[in-house]
Design a protein. Structure first.
Length: 309
């Protein structure tokens, strides 16, 4: 039977088969994975797998095969920085839930998320929550940020999960798509998911009932079916997307607004920092590229240097 992995705790997987049934599944032996992925988890939420039923009464099954992935998104492993952890696979888009205040989501975090999504060819959407807390100055700040990101090509929504405002717009964005949802703790991601999945009342860091094992507070992604069609993949505890496997010379390719300027630089391997004849820096100085985005670029570039040398 073919199914989709809905949840993983490392050794057990919850698989939903095409006929709608759920199985607790284990892996059969060691799989030959994509050779370019060295990950700490061989199977990820969103993977399409083949399962063989073992115990009908207990709804247990064995995963015998993993279908090739359309795409996947990774972060650095919480245990070994040099290793990758596949967060989810076969995504149509990624949504970052952010806030202007209480807490403030930093531009650096937003830009790291967008770079990671771009690197794995996954379209991204920004959903700013806690609209009800914004005073006039906060609204101005939001509008400035929204202008920057919509000009680049990213959809931006402003909602209040607590008040139920803007939920219809979010539902339209998610309809019939497989969406990864992420965000810092405190931004109201669980409140938003509870609005999207009425009656579920998502709790964080709960003990896993179906595998009988406690969940670590690191990230175990979980997929949920949306009432209007499509799925969301929740990623609790995902504090940071580590930028991994992006060479310094490629980073600017994932800042979408820089793409049209890169080919105009004097040097092919221009890092857009101190090089002469840099079209990207000229665009920043000319107001064509947002200064804060350029600062994010330079900051991320430094972290890549630290990790690699």
């Amino acid at each position: 039977m073919q199914g989709t992995v809905y949840r993983s705790t490392g050794s057990w997987y919850q698989v939903k088969t095409v006929d709608g049934g759920f199985y607790q599944a284990r892996m059969k032996g060691v799989f030959k994975m994509d050779e370019d992925i060295t990950s700490t988890n061989p199977i990820a939420v969103g993977d399409i797998v083949e399962v063989v039923e073992e115990e009908k009464e207990a709804a247990n099954a064995m995963i015998t095969e993993i279908a090739p992935r359309r795409n996947y998104i990774v972060r650095s492993s919480p245990h070994k920085r040099s290793h990758k952890h596949i967060v989810a696979a076969n995504l149509d888009q990624a949504v970052l839930v952010c806030t202007i205040k209480e807490p403030r989501t930093s531009r650096g975090f937003i830009d790291r998320f967008l770079v990671t999504a771009a690197a794995y060819h996954i379209p991204a959407v920004l959903v700013f929550n806690k609209k009800d807390l914004l005073k006039e100055k906060d609204r101005e700040k939001f509008l400035e940020m929204a202008d920057v990101y919509t000009d680049i090509g990213y959809p931006v929504l402003l909602i209040s999960a607590a008040k139920g405002e803007g939920i219809t717009e979010v539902q339209e964005v998610l309809k019939d798509k497989v969406t990864l949802m992420s965000g810092h703790s405190g931004v109201g991601k669980s409140s938003l998911i509870n609005q999207l999945l009425p009656g579920m009342q998502l709790r964080t860091k709960e003990v896993s009932g179906w595998s009988g094992k406690g969940l670590h507070t690191t990230t175990f992604a979980e997929m949920f079916d949306l009432p209007g069609g499509g799925q969301i993949i929740d990623t609790p505890g995902l504090r940071e997307f580590g930028i991994i496997d992006i060479p310094k010379t490629e980073l600017s390719h994932y800042f979408l607004e820089m793409q049209s300027y890169i080919t105009q630089c004097q040097f092919n391997n221009c890092l857009h920092i101190n090089e002469p004849g840099c079209a990207v820096k000229a665009a920043v100085e000319g107001g064509e590229i947002d200064t804060d985005r350029y600062i994010s670029y330079a900051t991320i570039l430094e972290t890549i240097e630290e990790e690699r040398y």
